[in-house]
Design a protein around this ligand. Sequence first.
Ligand SMILES: *Cc1c(COP(=O)(O)O)cnc(C)c1O
Length: 418
Amino acid sequence: MEFVTGLRCVFCGELYSTRTAYTCPKCGITGTLDVQYDYRAIARPLTRRSLAKRSEFSHWRYRELLPIRKDAVLPSLQVGWTPVVRAASLAKHLGLKTLYIKDDGRNPSGSLKDRASSIGVVKAYEKRQKIIACASTGNAASSLAGQAASMGLRSVIFVPERAPEPKVTQLLIFGATVLRVQGSYEDAFQLSQSSCERWGWYNRNSAINPYLVEGKKTVGLEICEQLEWDLPDWVAVSVGDGCTIAGVWKAFFEMKTLGLINRAPKMLGVQAAGAAPVTTAFQSGESLKPIDPKTIADSIAVGVPRNWKKAVLAVQASGGTMINVEDEEILEAMRTTGRLTGIFAEPAAATAIAGVRRAVEEGVIGRMESVLAVVTGNGLKDIRSAQLAVTKPFEIAPNGAGLEAILKDRNLVRQPGT
Ligand SMILES: *Cc1c(COP(=O)(O)O)cnc(C)c1O
């Protein structure tokens, strides 16, 4: 915490010390706090050159920009430093010259949430709390369970009824106490909040706990370094609660403040059309209006986003915009991303790609502009949705009857006479 100067409310602007636990005492539960740093002091140890010398290839390489103590005990799982790949075929398909993908499905539990959960367990450990809890549509849950397991902490997780089975299984394997709430994510969230208060567990809910966005921020810090400080025109991120996009933007803001990049990208925030209250708030300029979410992208099916304000401010500050995509477009993006890059994105992750496609079609993103899309989670985490995007395998007898006809039909063998 050597460089943390306090916590500022994103609504009323009041500055608090880090003794304030979760949200603004004046604004209440909706008063999201933002961690403040002494960037002037950070600029001394954190330079392009000092970073290049660091051998820590995980998100802990940006320790000065993280709200953890110098002597913090860290989880042993490797979080972050996921690859940035150039996706030439997919770029061509979308009508773009340059497209990069940051493949964050390659974190230990298969999603970007590991970046936040790892901070959560470090803070819980620091506060000598043995039990950590959260509500989650699935990814925050499985990542928290995994990170807690690696630190020897116990976890209590509330998931909505609809949480995909692979994610629930993952967290059972990691030894969490799993409570499947017969209701929506919002119901699970409310129950986890009251339970944390009642039993005094450490609360990992991203939009309540200001430290977690700082973990999500590292995806943006890595992008700067991995693209050798030359950032694309746009960075596309899918939006549920709004913590991820707020974190990614904060990374660019910080890198610019530290003088490590000259120009920050514009942010493209993408929501599923059936769960788009943040886009609505962004477009109307009004406060968030809760909705009843309906989308196959479970990780962003959030009816009452807790971090909408940070998300809206981030997109505005970047000069970017927000866009919605239909479930059909998400499935299409899963298919084309898989086929043209070899990256298997879960629906919420493919949403970013679908958003890029739509933004190009609508002329929001110019064809000559460069884009990076963050693939936030691995497709194996939600097989049922993925199955909606593809056809069935061909059933074939061991003697191979009918095989040739299939291959011919798919243009995989030479036709007679050609
Ligand atoms: C959580 C999540 C998001 C969205 O992040 P928010 O902070 O909720 O906006 C996007 N994609 C995946 C795979 C996620 O798990």
